[in-house]
Design a protein around this ligand. Sequence first.
Ligand SMILES: NC(=O)C1=CN([C@@H]2O[C@H](COP(=O)(O)OP(=O)(O)OC[C@H]3O[C@@H](n4cnc5c(N)ncnc54)[C@H](OP(=O)(O)O)[C@@H]3O)[C@@H](O)[C@H]2O)C=CC1
Ligand SMILES: N[C@@H](CC=O)C(=O)O
Ligand code: NA
Length: 433
Amino acid sequence: MTKKDLTIGMLGFGTVGSGVATMIRDNEKELTQRLGVKVKIGKIVVRDMEKERGTYVDHGVLCSNVSDVIHDPDIDVVVEVMGGIEEAKYAIQESLKAGKPVITANKDLMAIHGHSLLRLAHENSCDLYYEASVAGGIPIIRTLEDGLASDRISGIMGIVNGTTNYILTKMKEEKWSYEEALTKAQELGFAESDPTSDVEGLDAARKMAILATLAFSMEVHLEDVSVEGMTAISTEDLELAEQFGYSVKMLGFAQRDEDGIDVSVEPVFLASSHPLSSVRNEYNAVYIYGDAVGETMFYGPGAGSMPTATSVVSDILAACRNLLLGVGGKRSHNPMNSRHLKGEDHQSAQFFHRLLVKDEIGVFSELTSIYSKHHASLGSIIQRPGEKEGEAEVILITHSLSRKNQGEIINELKASSSVKQIISNYRVEGGVK
Ligand SMILES: NC(=O)C1=CN([C@@H]2O[C@H](COP(=O)(O)OP(=O)(O)OC[C@H]3O[C@@H](n4cnc5c(N)ncnc54)[C@H](OP(=O)(O)O)[C@@H]3O)[C@@H](O)[C@H]2O)C=CC1
Ligand SMILES: N[C@@H](CC=O)C(=O)O
Ligand code: NA
């Protein structure tokens, strides 16, 4: 291909799209130097042509029809930053079929249709890059695809949703209510338009499915991720965690051993000494265990206009470079390992249980016999007076046990006449204190 300026067609001009346009304008010199040719935005598709735009844009480039971009022969690279599933999927498929490399920030789409879209990209000798879809400003996809490609990854633990980490930080440090913190996260623009997917863990689950696919070279699907949201976490739980040397974090896990893989998103009591415990506000961090490298951690902003644009524009550079060299779409999407999900009997973790029990002789020994019957040994067991006469609170931290056994313990505790309430039940990570 002879070297000419390259033209981007962008689908969407919201938080991310406007950051991309700003970066291409402000970093023009650096980008041109790195690529050897100039990159310019030729067209931008928006929904509302009349809307006031905070970022400068030549109104001649705005259009309202996706087809105006994907079928325009002058557009070399398509950037999908409009979000949603069906229309975005159609636009990406058509662009790839038309031989145009695509960059997307769309985690919702990649978590569901990523496998088929990546195959389509390879079949059409086009690149499909999606760095911004997980941990917006952290180059985590490149890290798994390239930086750690030589190693065998056995586990990932990550804070991959900025909204929930922001809420938990503000509830703990500023004593804000859950509602206040969520409203502020929405105002600051990190929460999804419907924040249910943030607080119920679905946004993090999508990101963990994408990361697990890359880490384990396996087709991990969104349905493979077990998800528990954060809405049941109380201020009391946060205080209690602190007293015991933990912080409460919404963590994504992807773990693999000889029994298979286990991918989850859940609220966790994380030891305060663990590096992920110090990740505050809307920041993201991904902790990766490789057999050879050992422990690594990648930290940075997980969302926001310019951090996310950094990943999108780096992807644009990579796609443009390949286009100029005529080597686009060479990376095949061909997971090496067949997917085998662990059953609950092979998924193990430690647990923190807080129970309200009758303050009577024999209750303590009944409790310990329930735990030992289900093969749970206890790291700590503490009894405190309850608020009412005749009640006591018991806090138990188990050693590692299977989720199956933990489920059986919970069922038995619920059925016991000595147990009035299971106040809280959390997975514990980072060592029993
Ligand atoms: N915001 C963030 O920090 C991050 C976002 N992402 C992902 O990036 C993508 C974009 O997010 P974000 O920029 O926040 O979203 P916004 O809602 O801010 O912007 C969406 C843009 O797309 C346009 N648009 C939406 N639907 C259509 C449609 N059907 N036809 C034409 N134009 C359309 C909108 O037009 P109009 O302006 O006229 O309304 C708007 O310009 C999403 O997939 C998101 O998950 C990923 C990482 C971080
Ligand atoms: N809602 C998401 C935005 C980025 O993916 C988050 O809070 O992390
Ligand atoms: Na990223």
